[in-house]
Ligand binder design. Structure first.
Ligand SMILES: Cc1cc2nc3c(=O)[nH]c(=O)nc-3n(C[C@H](O)[C@H](O)[C@H](O)COP(=O)(O)O)c2cc1C
Ligand SMILES: [Mn+2]
Length: 493
């Protein structure tokens, strides 16, 4: 544990976000020695290939692609932002923190209930350097990659987010939903049931109107991260971004919809979602480690305006087979949010929560508790599985005691193997909210759009009434391990 970050709350954490937009971020990554430039890679194959191998390791660079064949010079794509020391920089923390320390530090400073700073409107900004309207709208000018071999199309929106507004309350929402390139002025986006943009779309459809939408295809990575967080309904993610940075997001307004988008964004598409015009979207290599179902339909989005900076940069953040960049980022941030959510529901003495990378940070949650009473483990498990942050796509929750490091996948599984008794320690919940991309939804359920699945709570806590006599763990204590390394670490030199 870094000396600056106490394990409990209330410490002095140095938190500074040193970038305002994607270009500042690139300069910071370069300063850290973690940026590479690649010239001449194709959108058809090369960029996807590079993104794939970079994604699985934490020690690769961020890569900025330029001179993409067939595309204007200067129109660039950035990938692999969440790795190395730059992931700490991205969240505003020192390079020395490991992933768990980083998640703890993030938990200390993150609060989407009180730490809110609303955006401010400005008259102009770099995103307005190029405004394409009417016949000038042409999405083919951008170097949109075909990311995976078997994708059904090119995905222009992966490190992107969509902005919509509630037609009744005016609440503006940011959500990360993948965007498929369909033609010169059409895209398809994939907003799943329960998402805030789906809630907005229902309201527009009830009025018989298309939904205005803006899509930020490259911009401040912080806004992209927050667009993927489980921020409660009614709260605008811009306010969360402002709160995290300690200053408001500067926004300009779309000329057609009036929707606010960051003045320093790289590329923004503005248009209308036609809920009644459904077309095939996907398949796309998804966060579950599978291609999503073939034939999924989603509304067509008609693009009426493109705004972009000179020499614009698209941000790519693409799910790959797990674990990947996407699951690293989600594990660090979601584990923090999930722990807060479980505690807010009243579960006491939660020691650690980890939303494991192998499960795309949704499917497998490990929790350790300091047991206070019989049934405490079950309580933690059921709440983790169904609270706001945990409900989507969860498969297994494993709850155990705090002598287990639940952030370590092998230790977590060991605890389940030795402390849970399958005949009595496992609860199955049927009919729970499934990820639409969950591969084990049966074809019949999928056809009926019954996106539910069962899930499992494994109570791997030492039985409470048995806790004083239960066979002790033979793992060396932290102090013993530290001393052992001091004495014998040289054996590895
Ligand atoms: C890179 C990335 C891609 C995502 N893709 C989708 C997607 O295609 N569809 C979707 O419904 N959710 C997707 N999500 C999850 C949502 O962004 C997340 O649930 C978020 O809370 C949605 O915002 P909302 O709560 O305002 O609806 C993605 C998240 C990330 C980080
Ligand atoms: Mn939201």
């Amino acid at each position: 544990m870094n000396a600056d970050i106490p394990a409990a709350s209330g410490g002095n954490i140095t938190h500074t976000i040193t970038y305002d937009d994607l270009r500042d971020w690139i300069a910071e990554a370069d300063r850290l020695g973690e940026l590479r430039h690649v010239s001449g890679a194709t959108w058809q194959e090369d960029m996807g290939m590079a993104a794939e191998i970079l994604s699985h390791r934490d020690d690769g660079p961020a890569v900025l692609f330029d001179d993409v064949p067939g595309i204007a010079k200067g129109f660039r794509v950035l990938v692999n932002i969440f790795a190395g020391a730059r992931k700490n920089m991205s969240l505003g923390f020192a390079a020395g923190l490991d992933k768990v320390e980083l998640s703890h530090a993030f938990a200390e400073i993150y609060n989407h209930d009180t730490n809110l700073i609303p955006p401010v409107e400005v008259a102009d900004g770099p995103v307005m350097e190029n405004v394409l309207l009417g016949d000038d709208v042409d999405l083919e000018i951008f170097p949109t990659p075909l990311w995976h071999e078997k994708d059904g199309g090119r995905y222009i929106g992966t490190g992107s987010y969509n902005i919509t507004r509630d037609p009744e309350t005016g609440w503006v929402n940011l959500g990360v939903y993948r965007i498929m390139l369909k033609g010169k002025n059409t895209v398809g986006h994939n907003v799943l049931p329960g998402r805030h943009a789906a809630y907005h779309l229902d309201k527009y459809m009830a009025r018989g109107e298309p939904m205005p939408m803006a899509m930020v295809i490259g911009g401040d990575p912080l806004a992209f991260f927050v667009g993927g967080f489980d921020v409660p309904e009614g709260t605008c993610e811009y306010d969360v971004v402002g709160g995290l940075r300690g200053k408001p997001v500067k926004v300009v307004h779309g000329k057609l919809t009036g929707l606010p988008f960051p003045a320093n964004a790289e590329i923004v598409l503005e248009g209308y979602v036609h809920g009644d015009r459904q077309e095939v979207e996907g398949p796309f290599g998804d966060w579950t480690g599978t291609y999503t179902e073939r034939g999924r339909t989603n509304p067509v989005v008609e693009i009426k305006a493109i705004y972009h900076r000179n020499d614009p940069i698209m941000l790519g953040c693409v799910p790959q087979f797990l674990p990947d960049e996407f699951s690293r980022y989600r594990a660090i941030t979601r584990s923090a949010l999930l722990k807060k959510n479980i505690e807010a529901a009243g579960v006491p003495d939660v020691a650690e929560v980890w939303a494991h990378e192998i499960g795309g940070s949704r499917m497998l949650t490990g929790i350790s508790i300091r047991q206070r009473y019989a049934g405490h483990g079950k309580q933690a498990g059921h709440i983790a599985s169904h609270c706001q942050v945990g409900v989507d796509g969860n498969r297994w929750v494993i709850v155990t005691d705090d002598d287990i490091d639940v952030t370590n996948l092998e230790e977590l599984i060991w605890a389940a193997l030795t402390r849970a008794e399958p005949g009595v320690s496992i609860d199955l919940i049927t009919g729970a909210k499934a990820a639409q991309s969950h591969p084990r939804i049966t074809p019949a359920d999928r056809a009926a759009r019954n996106f539910t699945a069962s899930r499992m709570i494994i109570d791997a806590c030492v039985p409470y009434h048995w806790r004083d006599d239960f066979p002790e763990i033979n793992k060396a204590s932290r102090e013993h391990i530290r001393k052992s390394w001091e004495k014998f670490g040289y054996l590895f030199d």
